[in-house]
Design a protein around this ligand. Structure first.
Ligand code: PLP
Length: 259
């Protein structure tokens, strides 16, 4: 039996998350899970085949402690430095950290220490450095290869044409366990343009999986588009704001180049 966390909330915390953040997060997560199940029913999929990864960027560590005590135990973080600070503050908890954003090679050693999976593999240089650091500590790492399916300069990821040669090289990095492909769809109110990004990733996945048996997963879909992503085959949806509440920071902070 877990002891509930005792955390003092500041007025800013209460303004952002309400007086009972854990209660709000759990209710939000239940609502998202119901929408996932409904989306699965619409397209004849099993809801157990879709993993919901809560994205916790910008949510302070002491608030995440409350989330954890309410049963939310996987946290997706976009920036390594932020994940490092939070994992240090929550070192007493068995949190599962997923790094879902672009990584610089000089940060690889920190990722290896804390992350159980990485969703933004997008260069051979990074693969090389990850493999080297993992090998030094005798660990493997689940990875998703990020592809830029929207053609926007602001998005990281491999060009779709670069995927096949990239996948051919993956066996050179045996510490990396490829689990699938990842993308961020275009930010657009036009659902069909968003859907095209997910469809492209699925088609690329079909080709990649024929070359590498591990590359079956599809990490795609966020708060605004996860139902469309599920209809197009998502196996992991990365959902932040629909569970943890709206972020105060502009998304341009996370995706440089975005207006
Ligand atoms: C922030 C983020 C998400 C989640 O976005 P929400 O709008 O909060 O659901 C998903 N994937 C990546 C890579 C992110 O940085």
């Amino acid at each position: 039996m877990m002891t509930p966390a005792t955390v003092t909330l500041s007025p800013e915390d209460i303004a952002r998350f309400g007086a009972d953040p854990a209660g709000a997060f759990v209710a939000n997560r239940t609502a998202v899970q119901e929408r996932i199940a409904a989306a699965c029913r619409r397209c004849g999929r099993d809801p157990d085949d879709v993993r919901l990864l809560p994205v916790t960027k910008t949510v302070p560590a002491h608030v995440l402690r409350l989330a954890f005590s309410a049963g939310i135990a996987s946290f997706g973080e976009n920036k390594l430095q932020e994940a490092r600070d939070k994992s240090a503050a929550l070192a007493d908890l068995p949190v599962r950290w997923s790094i879902i954003g672009h990584l610089q090679t000089n940060k690889v050693k920190y990722l290896v220490r804390l992350a159980s999976e990485f969703h933004a593999l997008d260069s051979l240089r990074l693969a090389e450095e990850l493999n080297r650091r993992l090998d030094a500590v005798g660990q493997d790492l689940d990875v998703f290869v990020q592809v830029n399916t929207s053609g926007e300069d602001s998005k990281y990821g491999l060009h779709p044409d670069a995927l096949t040669p990239f996948v051919e090289r993956l066996p050179d990095y045996p510490r990396l366990k490829p689990r699938g492909l990842m993308t961020l769809a275009i930010f657009s109110a036009d659902v069909e343009r968003v859907r095209d990004c997910f469809r492209l990733l699925r088609a690329l996945r079909d080709r990649a999986a024929s070359m590498h048996p591990g590359l079956t997963g599809l990490s795609m879909g966020m708060s605004g588009d996860y139902e469309t992503a599920i209809e197009e085959g998502a196996s992991v949806v990365r959902v932040g704001q629909a569970i943890l509440g709206a972020r105060p920071t502009s998304d341009a902070h996370y995706w440089p180049g975005l207006a």
